[in-house]
Design a protein around this ligand. Structure first.
Ligand SMILES: NC(=O)c1ccc[n+]([C@@H]2O[C@H](COP(=O)([O-])OP(=O)(O)OC[C@H]3O[C@@H](n4cnc5c(N)ncnc54)[C@H](OP(=O)(O)O)[C@@H]3O)[C@@H](O)[C@H]2O)c1
Length: 361
């Protein structure tokens, strides 16, 4: 039996190809063969590829020289198991390669979780090697499952940024500007800032083609297109949460607000337009927001289960809103996956679409 992997050239993301490899006839002890059923694909996955070397994403699922396999959040089914506590037919949720199969060296098996102990996966954050055992769990079935794969990992970022800003009293800002406001990560953050009545205005910055969509969500107090950001009044202190990673936009905002730019977080790279070196900007120094730091800090302060419980409450409030604006688009087979990949790379996916893919036909 063969596995098919969808791989991309690490330094030229336009290039992609399929590779086939033979799956072992007999598994070594503790190994688990998983058929990758369906996975979510958003601009976040393109960012994983863009930062594949720096953030070690390429390390997770080895590929031939100069190519990488982009990690995706999704579901798989155990089709063969040599681990005594993992049964064939089990459903897993976690980080998979863009592939038809993944061979896991199962370890750390508990009632709810198992881990891939493969040596090449150990240098990354432990969260990437954990698989939730979700057989029969309605929260991970059907449409709810698609929402988990598409949004839950992004909403964790939204939750942590909201918490960090609130904890720091918004650094004195009276408004928070979000770039790529039509992205799922930004929508989650706008939902939290707005719904929790954080006492700050939420300003969504987006492209002209996505402005009506962002306005229709109702979670931003104001929506401003990129070409009009310098029309914003500059007399109030602001914070900037940057999902777009566009150096030109960042410079225009910092020069416009000057010392009133109280906080400037780099979060994403949807526009992939970050200059290799940026000159110093007026106002707060732009800094990468590092989510694991905030999780670690809160885990200490809130105690065991504290982060999970608060996050679960926030998700329970957010998830029911998804049906109102997110349309799930399913695509199966290598050609369909290649098409969605290229469309995502070129920014051609409308923001109300959530893509669930499968390489199997
Ligand atoms: N640091 C972290 O821990 C962390 C965690 C989660 C997410 N993120 C980052 O947040 C960003 C958003 O991720 P997401 O999955 O939520 O995105 P998404 O929903 O797929 O975002 C789609 C939006 O991104 C912009 N966009 C996407 N591709 C583009 C392209 N090629 N050219 C121009 N604009 C493009 C467009 O927004 P506009 O027209 O509004 O610009 C588009 O509507 C990603 O860069 C992701 O890596 C970071």
């Amino acid at each position: 039996m063969f596995a098919t992997d969808f791989i991309v050239a690490k330094h030229d993301l336009q290039q992609c190809r399929l590779v086939e490899s033979q799956l072992p006839d007999t598994l070594p002890s503790d190994a688990v063969l998983v058929k990758v059923d369906r996975f979510a694909f958003t601009a976040n996955n393109i960012t994983y590829a863009t930062l594949g070397d720096e953030m070690k994403y390429w390390q997770l699922f080895p590929a031939p020289k100069d190519f990488g396999n982009i990690p995706v959040w999704g579901f798989g089914e155990v089709t063969a198991s040599k681990h005594p506590d993992v049964a064939e037919g089990e459903r897993l949720f976690g980080y998979f390669p863009m592939a038809t199969h993944l061979l896991i060296e199962a370890g750390g098996v508990s009632k709810r979780v198992l881990r891939d102990m493969a040596a090449h996966r150990q240098g990354v954050s432990p969260v990437y090697n954990a698989y939730a055992r979700v057989s029969g769990d309605p929260a991970f079935a059907g449409r709810a499952g698609d929402y988990e794969a598409l949004l839950r990992p992004l909403f964790m970022l939204s939750f942590l940024v909201d918490d960090f800003l609130a904890e720091n009293d918004f650094f004195g800002a009276r408004a928070v500007m979000l770039s790529s406001a039509s992205s799922k990560a930004a929508i989650g953050l706008a939902h939290l800032l707005n719904g929790l009545r954080r006492n700050v205005r939420v300003i969504g910055l987006t492209s002209a083609r996505n402005a009506a969509f962002v306005a229709s969500l109702g979670c931003c107090d104001e929506v401003v297109t990129y070409d009009r950001v310098t029309s914003l009044p500059s007399d109030q202190p602001v914070a900037f949460v940057d999902m777009a990673g566009d150096s030109g936009l960042r410079a225009r905002l910092h020069h416009h607000f000057g010392a009133r730019m109280k906080y400037s977080a780099q979060i994403g790279l949807t526009h992939r337009d970050t200059a290799a070196s940026e000159t110093a900007l007026p106002g707060a120094t732009p800094k990468w927001f590092f989510a694991p730091d905030q999780i670690r800090k809160r885990a200490k302060e809130w105690g065991p289960g504290g982060v999970d419980a608060r996050f679960a409450a926030a998700w329970t409030d957010f998830a029911p809103t998804l049906g109102g604006w997110l349309r799930i688009v399913e695509s199966r087979g290598p050609e369909a996956v290649r098409q969605v990949y290229h469309d995502m790379l070129r920014g051609r996916i409308p923001p109300d679409q959530g893509h669930m893919l499968s390489l199997g036909g």
